[in-house]
Design a binder for this molecule. Structure first.
Ligand code: ZN
Length: 473
């Protein structure tokens, strides 16, 4: 066994914990648990995810901002549900220099309470609405559960958009737009997802309702984002009002959309295999890597041709890298496979003589020869096909793990499907009972809601809708 070999993929937790470091994404040795270092390759990948997000939100009329990290306790405490929900998870700053602070400050766990006092100063008239802003910043949560890189960390690389609207209907329109943005993003990230309207007992602190954006990773649901309708739950305590056309003062309705580095965690866990990462082309720091196959006496010729090829592909707009290191080709293959580069181009003396190159696609571990003059075109269609294949095979796998159950009592937890679909009367007590019987969590109802016809397996009353359950991270 090679020293740097990965644990088998079947031991998912070990595999995951090793791949994040071996693929050059993060260094977990920083001396605060749950706060890891973004190292160059990993940071490049995350920045590519951020650029996709920025592009989508800029194109839909959102403006980027950057708020301070610290929030005074007095502002944080204004929305009662919110502080109940986050109270135990926050980091406090109690001293400045040698002085104990009169008003404690906290590191933002999310930014509602940082932004909304400013919203109340910025929003005056109906002509200021809708207001749509976002930021990409670190947030902080004191996680007490076992931490895991990108999935459960204490300093979180976080995206959040916050919008303010004149009424509930306009805020609802925003949520529709958010779902369209999400669809485009997830296709690029090759992540299949499910939208669940969380049950009331599990919605975000302060929300009117919450939509969880869920994906399936190794048998468990990973929430990779959320969209919240706040109604006027925050605008009342923070006094965010506008003057309408008739001179009347009204409270705004608000929404938020949050995502985080968990997107990267999902990409690692859903697509990765025993050879390492498989990165979607849209976020790979390099989509193409060129590896020379040297032959004694012809070394220079091969390198020259590789560099020519490198220049050609750069000019054609590819993110391409030439690996000219003094290493055996096999070692280079291994190095770039573990880092998930979508396509490798191999070039040896015989290929040069034949006017060909060898293309290797990481998602299927397949090789083929193509004519050198068609390379740019071949690469473009190959990258498109890799993106489509990654999305579709993960989507098929997830959909295949959703099973409808009429009875919960005879369910064998050992062979249970990953995601259970159950008819539900809608009562909280029945939902909680389902969680106890299955040892799973209620994810909520699908969005848009599916009507059910039949009986709730707990109370035998008429079921009105379906509810979904799964084990969760
Ligand atoms: Zn029931």
């Amino acid at each position: 066994m090679r020293l740097d070999e990965l644990p088998p993929r079947e031991n998912f937790n070990d595999w995951y914990n090793e791949i994040v470091e071996k693929a050059g994404l993060t260094d977990k040795r920083y001396p605060i648990k749950g706060m890891n270092v973004w190292i160059p390759y990993g940071w490049k990948v995350m920045q590519s995810v951020d650029s996709l997000i920025r592009k989508e939100f800029d194109a839909t009329g959102h403006d980027e901002v950057c708020f301070p990290t610290l929030i005074p306790e007095t502002e944080f405490a204004k929305e009662a549900e919110h502080i109940k929900g986050f109270g135990k998870d926050v980091y406090w700053v109690t001293h400045a220099g040698e002085n104990e602070l009169d008003v404690k400050l906290l590191l933002r766990p999310t930014s509602e309470t940082a932004m909304y006092p400013m919203f109340s100063l910025w929003i005056r008239s109906h002509s200021d609405l809708p207001m749509k802003i976002y930021q990409i910043v670190s947030t902080f949560r004191y996680e007490t559960k076992q931490t895991r890189a990108f999935i459960r960390v204490r300093e979180i690389h976080f995206f959040e958009s916050h919008t303010a609207h004149r009424d509930f209907e306009d805020a609802e329109r925003q949520i529709k737009e958010d779902l369209e943005i999400l669809e485009r993003l997830m296709k690029k990230l090759c992540l299949p997802y499910l939208i669940h309207r969380r049950p009331d007992w599990d919605k975000f602190a302060g929300a009117y309702y919450s939509l969880g954006i869920d994906t399936l990773m190794e048998g468990k649901i990973l929430q990779i984002g959320s969209i919240h309708q706040y109604k006027d739950n925050f605008s009342r305590p923070y006094d965010i009002r506008y003057e309408d056309e008739n001179g009347e003062h009204r409270y705004v309705h608000q929404t938020t959309f949050g995502m985080s580095e968990r997107l990267l965690g999902a990409i690692i866990g859903i697509h990765g295999d025993e050879h390492g990462l498989i990165l979607p082309p849209a976020i790979a720091p390099y989509t193409v890597i060129i590896v020379p196959i040297p032959k004694k006496g012809h070394q220079e010729k091969v390198y020259e041709e590789c560099i020519k090829l490198w220049d050609e592909l750069k000019s054609a707009g590819f993110r391409v890298h030439f690996d000219g290191r003094d290493l055996r080709p096999g070692n280079k293959y291994y190095y770039w496979e573990i880092r998930g580069v979508p396509v490798r181009v191999e070039l040896g003396l015989r290929d040069i003589e034949n006017g060909e190159v060898v293309l290797f696609r990481r998602d299927k571990m397949e090789k083929k020869s193509v004519k050198r003059e068609n390379l740019a075109e071949e690469l473009r269609s190959l990258l498109t096909d890799i993106e489509r294949n990654l999305y579709e095979r993960a989507e098929r796998k997830m959909q295949g793990r959703i099973v409808e159950a009429d009875e919960l009592s005879d369910l064998d937890p050992e062979s249970a499907p990953d995601i259970l679909k159950v008819k539900w009367c809608g009562k909280e007590s029945c939902g909680i009972r389902m969680e106890e019987i299955t040892d799973m969590n209620v994810l909520g109802t699908s969005e848009p809601e599916e009507k059910a016809d039949g009986k709730c397996p707990i109370c035998s009353k008429n079921a009105v809708k379906y509810v979904y359950l799964a084990k969760t991270y």
